[in-house]
Design a protein around this ligand. Structure first.
Ligand code: GH3
Ligand code: MG
Ligand code: MG
Ligand code: MG
Ligand code: MG
Length: 318
């Protein structure tokens, strides 16, 4: 039996599997300038047994972007040849506008190479116009939504540290280039800091690795809270954390790093029967000249960090 109650809110891909008797509704954006092609697709989407499609249509890329600004869609079908964009550009501009939307490209039968290129750039699938059935069209749309959600999950997992939930070193390598770019455009300097927990080995030795892990999570939370939202802060590895900061002066960058260390040293970490205090040391450097690339910058940070440790820990060195 079909439950006629449907919703117009975007569906989570999981919901499609929960109850096979319920009708599932999808919000779909169809970007197609050819009226005939659009009508054929619309007709194929109407009168489906378990799925209902609420379709908004756009005839240009500009119109599509306007619609994306005001509505959350589950999926987008985009023709690769539009009046204001052609070939993979149509897809790429939509993609860069909304990276969380699953996109399926529509092609003529002779354009399959173009479709494959779009998939390599992140499209979920393609539909060759003229050679689909209503059933195959719906199957492609459903699989695209599920696959996209799974890929987003994998991507998020690959970029975050499983223990602390912070961005990880893989994400750091990717974001470093963005920070260099923003630095060049904004005129702000990029400052890189490496924060290392002091005598962390003692915590493991005295309380065990489980407590050590809890301390790492607690330190991660404190660092993320004390780091301004437009900076990057993540786990570099072990008991070391990295921070990318865009600042106008050395003293400004120094103050940010010092504040993060002060936050750590002023807090206690509750461990059931007792509270623990931790401190950390930081080495920092301005990413410029020979220290501009990330490997050189972090090597330089490491030397400054060594100096901070040698000078008594719980302090920042440049
Ligand atoms: P220093 O002040 O000179 O930095 O001393 P330290 O003891 O912090 O430095 P050291 O490099 O000697 O020890 C770091 C320790 O961090 C050793 C390692 O077992 C521990 N560690 C690294 N990753 C993890 C983790 O994920 N969990 C736990 N519990 N310990 C970790
Ligand atoms: Mg056409
Ligand atoms: Mg067209
Ligand atoms: Mg260390
Ligand atoms: Mg340490």
């Amino acid at each position: 039996l079909i439950d006629p109650a449907t919703t117009s809110a975007p569906v989570s891909a999981d919901r499609q599997f929960i109850d096979s008797t319920k009708q599932v509704s999808f919000r779909l954006l169809l970007v197609e300038d050819d009226h005939m092609d659009a009508e054929i697709l619309q007709r194929a989407l109407r009168g489906q047994y378990r799925y209902s499609f609420e379709v908004d249509q756009a005839a240009t890329l500009a119109d599509a972007i306007t619609k994306l600004q005001s509505t959350d869609y589950d999926v987008c079908l985009v023709d690769l040849n539009l009046p204001d964009a052609s070939g993979s550009e149509s897809f790429e501009r939509l993609r860069s506008f909304d990276s969380r939307l699953p996109i399926i490209v529509l092609t003529g039968c002779e354009d399959e190479d173009l479709a494959i290129r779009a998939i390599q750039c992140g499209a979920q699938d393609y539909i060759a116009k003229g050679v689909f059935t209503p059933q195959s069209l719906v199957r492609v749309i459903r699989f695209a939504i599920v696959r996209h959600e799974m890929l987003q999950g994998f991507k998020e997992a690959a970029d975050s540290d499983p223990l602390t939930g912070m961005p990880n070193r893989r994400n750091l390598s990717q974001r470093y280039g963005d920070f260099i770019h923003t630095s060049a455009e904004s005129g702000f300097d990029l400052w890189v800091a490496l924060i290392d927990i002091d005598h962390f080995k003692h915590i493991n030795d005295q309380h065990g690795h489980c407590v050590g892990d809890r301390v790492l999570k607690n330190v991660a939370t404190t660092l993320m809270r004390s780091c301004p939202a437009d900076f990057w802060c993540g786990r570099f590895g072990g008991e070391e954390f990295a921070v990318l900061m865009l600042c106008q002066s050395e003293s400004e960058a120094f103050q940010h790093a010092q504040r993060m260390l002060d936050e750590l040293s002023s807090r206690t970490i509750p461990l059931g029967d007792q509270d623990l205090r931790v401190t950390a040391s930081a080495g920092m450097v301005r990413a410029s000249g020979t220290n501009q690339d990330d490997t050189a910058a972090f090597e330089c940070c490491d030397r400054a960090l060594y100096a901070a440790k040698a000078a008594g820990r719980n302090q920042v060195k440049i």
